[in-house]
Design a protein around this ligand. Structure first.
Ligand code: FES
Ligand SMILES: [Fe+2]
Length: 430
């Protein structure tokens, strides 16, 4: 249980809030590069700020305030130029640093253009890695963009799924250190969904958790479990899914939980796939983008079973039905929740670090250290034993497992034999 004050401290992400200040120390993914293929601008809301991401005609990305500083129109209507984005209303032109480069009529009356240097707009640095666009809203100097393993692997197909979820990021992240929900939500509840859908052949026995454990490691928290029939020698106990501080989970693929504001989260599913045997991924292969549907209650407030037959759909309803911001002053945590308590403590500790003027966890400034950030997971050892979808896939025993990727993945649904890949040893097999 938290006090109302602690809950506010951990959930509010707007400018100037303690958690907002912590989240601003990290590069946050905001879009897929492929979303800018046929559109030069996209509206972005990140950490409570309204912005416009654009690609100019030379291909340079910029992220600027959504309102033109002249008379406040929305720059999502902006015209991309060779350098920068031009406001559609009176033609003022802004570059990726927020500088005003041109004010066409002002120049007609003042050839010295004294006014334009006095006008700036909000601008934040952006970088592309692995097909994702990342933004940094924090104080300069910006740290390095972390090169987490899946983002930089060679010779894999990738796809990027997204959904805007109507709740605060924290209840989504807490799910990442809650091993027991996999047994119930993706096990027994999934079985019940199959029953409701008349697909009783998909109902499977579900092994119960015997023990759960959590370790802090250099990048966050590793969660571990022993299921019925397993021992402490089992791979799930020795290795688990890493929660990468502050808002990334690696479970096969990556799941980023990016706070849009206090009440909404951009959820990104980032998966990698081995090419069909004997083939290689072509250079510059575009990374497809897909939308993951958010299950809603159907008319009369009843569950709609057809959107609950995949793990992400099951998770999503558990996340947002806690409320836009879960009321942690009236929760009743049990022994299954020790991972949540540890994660909340890590968040508090790192808020305190920022307040002391220190870099929080996972802020990298040394390029040597950032060349390749390997995240250990149970799949690294367990792929050969459990299959590429890993533990959750086995538990849910369904084609819709693996966090939503399997059901909606454009790469897997292509049907050319590409397979989900989660471990380096699979890649070297060619
Ligand atoms: S409102 Fe943008 S140039 Fe006038
Ligand atoms: Fe889940």
């Amino acid at each position: 249980m938290l006090t109302a004050e602690e809950n506010e401290r951990l959930t509010r992400v707007g400018p100037g809030t303690p958690m907002g200040n912590l989240m601003r120390r990290y590069w946050q993914p905001i879009a897929a590069m492929s979303q800018l293929e046929d559109r030069a601008t996209r509206p972005i809301r990140l950490l409570g700020e309204n912005l416009v991401l654009y690609k100019d005609r030379r291909g340079r990305l910029g992220l600027i305030g959504d309102q033109c500083p002249h008379r406040k129109v929305n720059m999502v209507y902006g015209i991309p130029e060779d350098e920068g984005l031009r406001c559609p209303y009176h033609g003022w032109l802004f570059n990726h640093e927020g500088r005003c480069l041109e004010q066409p009529y002002e120049k007609a009356e003042d050839p010295f253009e004294a006014f334009k240097d006095k006008v700036t707009t909000t601008a934040y640095p952006v970088q592309e890695l692995g097909g994702l666009v990342f933004a940094y809203l924090g104080p300069e100097p910006a740290p390095l963009l972390p090169r987490w393993d899946l983002l930089v692997w060679d010779n894999v197909y990738r796809d990027i799924g997204m959904a805007v979820l109507p709740c605060n990021y924290l209840q989504i992240m807490e799910n990442s250190v809650d091993p027991v929900h996999a047994e119930w939500l993706h096990g027994h509840f999934a079985n019940y969904v199959w029953e409701q859908l008349g697909q009783t052949d998909r109902i499977r026995p579900i092994p119960a958790h015997q023990m759960i454990g959590f370790d802090e490691f250099e990048y966050g928290i590793i969660k571990r479990r022993i299921l019925e029939g397993q021992t402490e020698d089992d791979v799930n106990w020795k290795l688990g899914h890493p929660l990468v501080f502050p808002n990334l989970l690696k479970v096969g693929g990556f799941q980023y939980r990016v706070p849009i504001d206090d009440y909404q989260t951009l959820h990104i599913w980032y998966y990698t796939y081995a090419p069909p045997a004997g083939t290689h991924v072509p250079e510059n292969e575009p990374i497809p983008f897909y939308q993951v549907p958010v299950p809603e209650l159907s008319e009369g407030g009843l569950p709609d079973w057809s959107y609950l037959d995949f793990t992400a759909g099951q998770d999503i309803v558990m996340w947002y039905t806690q409320g836009a911001i879960a009321d942690r002053t009236s929760e009743s945590l049990g022994r299954s929740d020790k991972g949540l308590i540890l994660y909340r403590q890590q968040l508090m500790d790192n808020i305190a670090k920022v307040e002391r003027g220190e870099d929080p966890m996972n802020v990298f400034r040394d390029p040597g250290e950032n060349e390749y950030l390997r995240l250990p997971t149970e799949e690294s050892e367990g792929t050969r034993r459990m299959g590429a979808t890993g533990q959750l896939g086995r538990m849910a025993s369904s084609a819709g497992a693996a966090g939503g990727a399997t059901k909606f993945s454009p790469v897997l649904n292509r049907g050319d034999g590409a397979t989900a890949v989660t471990a380096e040893e699979v890649l070297t097999g060619d």
